[in-house]
Design a protein around this ligand. Structure first.
Ligand code: NAP
Length: 539
């Protein structure tokens, strides 16, 4: 049974039976069928649907935010921001897909050589509950723009969010089968992944989930992207603006009630500023208001499940046993105003823990900060890297030389200076070490699930390889335009982008209307066969 349970109240909101093997097979068949036809939809058409999806997210923002808050306890304010960010990633890929999908000419001794980007087909997305919409949209937007088809196995505690995402994508107009939510349990993933109709898998979640799925995918030789846990350092050096560093340290630890992969988890502070930092950081953490996540006055809502609270308590106990001093918090929050249920945890700061303690090698997924005093930049870098994870780091220094060393020597997927780590559709996102591999977002993210296909046409060398977005300056030696030239001609019409996007498709939210709400009933099987011009699916 898949249950939607409100972590602020303990109330069962809804429950669902997992899909039967027959129902799952039918959805897989539909996905496979869509994967054959959907890539032939013109890029213009896909852009239109993607922009409609963004507009629907804007229009349904309140309802979607409320669903997230009800299912996993994030504050309503952060849930609203998450919906808006999903709309932004849709718009980003609507705007940039043509550029990212453009074949790349390569100068060789041949008449023509280029790389084209083709969709892989059905991509399985195994997703976590902590950002129930954002995690899915940052996969779905580039996948759908590229001509891939998505199957979502969402975390079992956010089934209503999962169904809402599928409904939105359908309402935007994407053809049947291009994106489906599968209400299944994690044990059903193995069978699904082994099905030949699934081409690749992306996993965002714990190390354990990533390891299990990647092991199987490796054996099956299927492409994988893994976005796993993190234990990000937050490094504060003497030149930092201490006010900004402290207020952002509190936010960076407690974002999403402390349940974010890129939340700062270890705070490494230079000894010259440590006493001041510790005093004010602890006071700031202690002052956070815990409570009903639907209230604007709440800073920290309940943790998503009772199990997470138990795990945190156990980690705090072990931290104490390893010499840690609890400076504030350290236990469940009880008597929380507006929330009588037990999933609340006090914002906690622990200092003085032994650096070789096993807890220092773990991810702490809740509002618990480990504080370390460091004497030098080299010590900060060594301690920051002394973790199995390598997702990201935030460092606070205005010194160019320090920034240069930190950027070069920190073992992680992103380094942010004088600002907390954040995902952004324009920037690659992902980790190294046991935080996973592969990237999401930006150009790099979209290309993870594309086949970079090399094409070489032998023959007399052309004078110049064509540039896709410049008017042709040289004539091919043959009268017949090359395949590359045909693709270039098709793509050129998408630049500049504004020309093909109506002004009404701007950032202004679109009101909900019948046209948008009407599901598209076209069956993928009714689609015309691929046309000659559908090279790359970019007719
Ligand atoms: P999780 O327990 O690993 O669950 C994530 C997803 O994997 C869920 O859909 C879950 O399904 C499924 N799953 C778990 N074990 C599986 C298995 N053996 N085989 C197949 N599927 C399996 O993680 P979570 O508690 O939801 O999320 C928290 C973790 O995600 C943290 O470690 C966090 O750092 C990480 N995370 C990473 C990123 C990133 O971008 N790097 C972003 C967000 C979160 P069920 O719910 O049905 O078990």
């Amino acid at each position: 049974m898949i249950q939607s349970l409100n972590p602020a109240t303990g109330k069962l909101l809804r429950s669902f039976d997992p899909l039967t093997p027959e129902a799952l097979n039918a959805k897989l068949a539909l996905a496979a069928s869509a994967a054959r036809t959907y890539p032939n939809e013109s890029l213009d058409q896909r852009i239109f649907w993607m922009r409609r999806l963004a507009a629907l997210l804007d229009a349904d923002l309140e309802e979607l935010a409320a669903t997230m808050t009800a299912e996993m306890g994030k504050t309503l304010a952060s849930a609203r921001a998450e919906v808006a960010k999903c709309a932004s990633v849709c718009r980003y890929y609507a705007e940039h897909a043509a550029r990212i999908l453009t074949p790349e000419p390569i100068a060789t001794e041949h008449a023509e050589a280029y790389v084209r980007y083709d969709p892989l087909g059905v991509i399985l997305a195994v997703m976590p509950w902590n950002f129930p919409l954002w995690q899915v949209f940052r996969f779905a937007a580039p996948a759908l723009m590229a001509g891939n088809v998505g199957l979502l196995k969402h975390a079992s505690n956010v089934p209503q969010c999962a169904l809402a995402i599928e409904a939105l994508i359908r309402r935007a107009g994407f053809p049947r089968g291009t994106f489906q939510t599968l209400l299944i349990e994690s044990r059903q993933v193995e069978g699904l992944l082994s099905d030949d109709r699934v081409a690749a898998v992306t996993v965002t979640g714990s190390e354990a989930a990533g390891r299990a799925i990647a092991a199987q995918a490796g054996w099956l030789i299927k492409k994988t992207v893994l976005e796993l846990g993190g234990s990000d350092p937050f490094i504060v050096l003497p030149s930092a603006d201490l006010d900004a560093a402290i207020s952002n340290a509190i936010k960076a630890r407690c974002i999403n009630n402390g349940q974010s992969c890129i939340a700062a988890k270890r705070f490494l502070v230079h000894e010259t500023i440590y006493p001041e930092f510790e005093k004010r950081f602890v006071a700031g953490m202690a002052a956070l208001r815990i409570g009903d996540p639907t209230l604007d006055t709440t800073d920290i809502g309940p943790l998503a499940t009772a199990q997470i609270v138990d795990e945190l308590l156990e980690q705090v106990t072990r931290a104490r046993e390893s010499g840690g001093r609890v400076l504030t918090g350290g236990s469940r929050a009880v008597n929380v105003e507006g929330g009588k249920y037990g999933n609340y945890f006090q914002p906690t700061v622990i200092a003085g823990i032994m650096r070789n303690a096993p807890i220092c090698q773990e991810e702490i997924f809740g509002p618990v900060a480990l504080l370390f005093r460091i004497g030098s930049l080299s010590e900060a870098i060594a301690l920051a890297n002394d973790t199995p994870f390598g997702l990201a780091a935030s460092a606070w220094t205005t010194d160019d030389a320090e920034q240069h060393r930190l950027a070069a020597e920190l073992q992680c997927g992103a380094v942010f200076f004088n600002t907390p780590v954040a995902s952004d559709p324009r920037l690659p996102f992902g980790g190294v070490k046991r935080s996973g591999y592969g990237r999401e977002l930006s150009t790099a993210g979209m290309r993870e699930f594309l086949n970079a296909k090399t094409v070489v046409v032998a023959g007399p060398l052309r004078e110049t390889q064509p540039s896709l977005f410049d008017p042709p300056t040289s004539q091919p030696h043959s009268d017949k335009p090359s395949e590359f030239q045909q693709i270039a001609d098709q793509l050129r019409k998408f630049e500049p982008r504004k020309a093909s996007i109506p002004a009404s498709e701007s950032l202004t939210p679109e009101p909900r209307n019948k046209e948008i709400d009407k599901p598209t009933d076209r069956d993928p099987d009714d689609d015309p066969p691929p046309a000659r011009g559908s090279i790359l699916g970019l007719r």
